[in-house]
Design a protein around this ligand. Structure first.
Ligand SMILES: Nc1ncnc2c1ncn2[C@@H]1O[C@H](COP(=O)(O)OP(=O)(O)OP(=O)(O)O)[C@@H](O)[C@H]1O
Ligand SMILES: [Mg+2]
Length: 249
């Protein structure tokens, strides 16, 4: 079944056409990558899908529901979750405290400002479970601002995970990382996909990662879809070679 369906999506910023007539169809269970040169419109596409900005034209369907007019939070509640940037996380709080905020939001705890002991135990258990999934247990008590860049990005992903995504959007999850951190993040992505059964749509510039992880790829160029296909089809596509892969590889 189609999990994400984008039809005729456009977005203009003043005179700049950032996206034009973009269509994308993603199935449940897919690991799907959006690639393309700098400024191609990839992040803008994520902003539209997650509800950060409205689309200028087009339809966004998630899990059978048209979500164009939904706020970001309402989309999160449906399971459409993007990574929370480090700026949306509390850097002075510990890793554990940050993830607890995500879990409480997911459990609707703002309605219970003083959760009873049972609920507190349930919340703490869930936080521990999440930290285990993303291998952050050893960092639980550390202040987020003191973590290495790679671990901060893992906190962002764990925060997103706390919102129980059906579809997780990751914008350049390995950007600025060294080899070991990149390898660790790729492993986490695999765990989320294979063990947690989360569908994942990710933007990535590192072609080894894209071709190693993605089932299907959409290439954006100047705001338009240049090609969509399997890694094999994309690698063999002469238009993609000319516009992007030639320089990226
Ligand atoms: N809020 C905004 N206001 C005005 N222009 C914007 C805004 N957001 C993006 N743009 C413009 O839209 C175009 C696409 O930008 P976008 O950030 O989506 O590219 P990208 O493919 O994510 O690039 P990169 O690989 O460098 O991250 C760029 O020309 C950018 O300057
Ligand atoms: Mg971007």
């Amino acid at each position: 079944m189609s999990l994400l369906h984008l039809e005729n999506i456009s977005r203009v910023f003043g005179k700049l056409v950032a996206l034009q007539n973009v269509a994308l169809e993603m199935n449940e269970g897919e690991l799907y990558s959006v690639i393309g040169p700098n400024g191609a419109g990839k992040t803008t596409l994520f902003n539209l899908i997650s509800g950060f900005f409205p689309a200028s034209t087009g339809e966004i369907w998630f899990d059978g529901v048209q979500v164009n007019k939904f706020t970001p939070e309402r989309r999160v509640a449906l399971g459409l979750v993007r990574t929370f940037q480090i700026t949306e996380i509390f850097p002075e709080l510990s890793v554990f405290e940050n993830i607890r905020i995500g879990v409480e939001a997911q459990m609707g705890c703002s309605a219970h400002p003083w959760p009873g002991r049972k609920l507190l135990q349930q919340i703490n258990r869930r936080v521990e479970e999440l930290l285990k999934i993303t291998s952050l247990e050893a960092q639980a008590d550390r202040t987020v601002s003191e973590l290495a860049h790679g671990d901060q990005r893992v906190v962002e992903v764990t925060m997103a995970l706390s919102r129980k995504p059906k579809l997780l959007l990751l914008d350049e999850p390995t950007a600025g990382m060294g080899r070991a951190e990149t390898h660790h993040m790729v492993n986490i992505i695999r765990v989320l996909h294979e063990q947690q059964k989360i569908s994942i749509l990710f933007i990535e510039h590192d072609m080894d990662i894209v071709f190693g992880l993605a089932h299907r790829i959409t290439v954006l160029n100047y705001g338009q879809v240049l090609a969509t296909g399997t890694p094999k089809e994309i690698a063999a596509n002469p238009r993609v070679q000319a516009a992007y892969l030639g320089e990226a590889a």
